[in-house]
Design a protein around this ligand. Structure first.
Ligand code: AMP
Ligand code: GLY
Length: 426
């Protein structure tokens, strides 16, 4: 089978690595890919936003199946356009993908289907939003309605911050994404990521993970796309996972099917484990990055039949096997991220790092320059390791991090701290 993977991040390198291990695979391309993906796939300079070019490439190369990594092509309807051209793709349609691309769509769906989430109101003008913020008081959460690269959320601890966030969003701070704003109740608890594979009707739970969204140690600094993750997330007990399936995932699939826009692909629920039980923070219509990296390291089964079963509506009696091991990943980012940063610095020591026990390195923003690897983005490397415990996976990952010679990079030194604390003080 010929497969085209779309994307260029650490998530896509992990997917490429896992797909490349499938005995069903004849040939794998990745567009646009990165220096690490180039070891598992043929990287092609295709613009994902140009759907006609993607379709032409698929036809010219007899691509049987397209796997979509990031959210932007899903929101742009690439799965719809490929389908119309007779090309099978993994991922939701544009309409079903609104679970991620429109926060107000998801909040309304939750309200209509009694899915537990934060109370909220939706606004199209600043004055009404500010009146609501004043009436509710802080802490309170202000969100741009559209896609803002994971950065469209302000968790305001004071009224002044909340009012400033409303003005910033309606003032165009997030561009079009902020033309409409959702204001919601602040939820207290521990956050985890829950993933389920869906085929329009059935859902197969995959695994849990915990991300680290803040830039610096001790969960301080600005929000990022994610600075590290591990799987499984011990806070998500079996009982809580069953609750998430029954109270969130299945009602969501039923609702979308009833609307005539069944959801296929991976459904990623950001869950807050509160004193009142699990509540939905948000849905994403794709794998998490960096959560995907740790999921792929734990998946024992071939991923390709699972992705095909999702696209074909055949998940009913499907199952997947997983390793019991813990997987953990530390993100190395260019200094300055998530703000401004430079590109083109040289990264050395990657082979020595990759040789460490239990270690796998996935590239994100990298570019090959002859034999050299150059930094080419904010999040640049995923140094991953597996182990019997979080502590062991963490020790192995940081042993590899210490072999990477890249003065322009930085990472958090405490990825996994919550789970390590649980291991040490059960
Ligand atoms: P989102 O893009 O919706 O995932 O929001 C980004 C981050 O903001 C989440 O991962 C949470 O850490 C935090 N957050 C979002 N909504 C809430 C909420 N209602 N209560 C508390 N924290 C929230
Ligand atoms: N790691 C968070 C995300 O992928 O949205």
């Amino acid at each position: 089978m010929n497969i085209l993977l779309l994307g260029s991040g650490g998530r896509e390198h992990a997917l490429a690595w896992k797909i490349a291990a499938s005995p069903l695979l004849t040939k794998l391309w990745c567009a646009p890919g990165n220096a690490g993906i180039a070891k598992d796939a043929d990287c092609v300079a295709l613009d994902m936003a140009d759907h006609a070019a993607v379709i032409a490439f698929c036809r010219a190369n007899a691509v049987d199946f397209v796997v979509v990594g990031p959210d932007a092509p899903i929101a742009a309807g690439i799965v719809d356009d490929l389908g119309a051209a007779g090309i099978k793709a993994f991922g939701p349609t544009k309409a079903a993908g609104q679970l991620e691309s429109s926060k107000s769509f998801t909040k309304a769906l939750c309200r209509a289907n009694a899915i537990p989430t934060a109370a909220y109101e939706h606004f199209t003008d600043a004055e009404a939003a500010k009146a609501y913020v004043r009436a509710q008081g802080a802490p309170i959460v202000v969100k741009a309605d559209g896609l803002a690269a994971g950065k469209g959320v302000v968790v305001a601890m004071t009224l002044a911050d909340a009012l400033a966030a409303v003005d910033m969003m309606f003032g165009g701070g997030f561009g079009e994404a902020g033309a409409e704003v959702v204001v919601e109740e602040f939820m207290r608890g521990e956050e985890a990521s829950f993933f389920a594979l869906c085929d329009g009707e059935h859902a197969l739970p995959l695994a849990t993970a915990q991300d680290h969204k803040r830039a610096f140690d001790g969960d301080t600094g600005p929000n990022t796309g994610g600075m590290g993750a591990y799987s499984p997330a011990p806070v998500m007990t079996e009982a809580l996972c069953a609750q998430v399936m029954d109270e969130m995932i299945r009602p969501t699939l039923r609702a979308l099917a009833a609307m005539g826009t069944p959801y296929k692909g991976v459904l990623y629920a950001g869950v807050m484990v509160t004193a009142q039980g699990p509540r939905l923070v948000e849905y994403n219509a794709r794998f998490g990055d960096p959560e995907c990296q740790v999921l792929m390291l734990r998946m024992m089964s071939d991923i390709v039949p699972a992705l095909l079963a999702s696209a074909d509506g055949q998940l009913k009696n499907f199952s997947l096997r997983w390793y019991d091991n813990v997987a953990l990943t530390v993100i190395m980012a260019t200094k300055g991220y998530p703000g401004d940063y430079g590109k083109g610095s040289v990264i050395a020591g990657l082979n020595e790092a990759a040789a460490c026990e239990g270690v796998e390195i996935f590239h994100a923003g990298t570019k090959a320059d002859g034999d050299r690897v150059l930094a080419n983005g904010g999040r640049v490397l995923n140094i991953c390791a597996t182990g019997k415990t979080v502590k062991e996976a963490q020790r192995r990952a940081y042993a590899a991090v210490d072999r990477v010679r890249w003065p322009e990079g930085f990472c958090r030194r405490d990825i996994g701290w919550r789970a390590v604390e649980r291991e040490e003080h059960p």
